[in-house]
Design a protein around this ligand. Sequence first.
Ligand SMILES: [Zn+2]
Ligand SMILES: [Zn+2]
Length: 223
Amino acid sequence: MTQVIQIRLKISNAFLILGEKLVLVDTGSSGETSTILNAIRKAGLDINDLSLILHTHAHFDHCGCTADLQEKSGALVAIHKFDSHAFLEGRSVPVKPINLFGKFLMYFMKDGYQPTKIDILIENEFDLHSYGVAGKVIMTPGHTPGSISVLLDNGEIIAGDLLGGGRLVGLFQPERPRYHHWYLDMNDVEKSIARVMATSPKRLYVGHGGPLAGNEPIKHFSW
Ligand SMILES: [Zn+2]
Ligand SMILES: [Zn+2]
């Protein structure tokens, strides 16, 4: 059986996938290691159970504690090839705001995080069964070129920043599907959303807010 636990961090989410082994998807912003460790303990597990740290993309709020958690666990680190250069330099992949609010938020985009080595460079679909989780990684570019999603055999999806949940990074109406404020390529985003929706996800987890309610139409943030 596979279970996803959403860890609500200051501005983003990280996810524990519990299967035969433990996989962590994203690591929040810098300084949030203890929150993630607490969530692992609360699930009745230990940091040494961690087999893989997988990244939906290379942004400061999704890679912030990777170096720290890798050092503590010895887990393998995976990210898509197209976001790997930024990741190795502890940078965020550049994005474009799609509205005024997105432009405003750019001022708060802290770029840096502690870089670490990459063990697995994802290039195409990537099977997670050998890491103890019934699922696979699929390519869902658009927010960044190397953005990926995790498609679990139980029909749940972790889609990173392909979509957002609610207003103000999930503070309000977190279950309402919304476009993110920042995308690099809107054409890719639409194709990736179509790809995710074609699987009729049972539950859709996202990087901010969520999990999203089933088949609601996706709204643009209005300002
Ligand atoms: Zn992002
Ligand atoms: Zn984010």
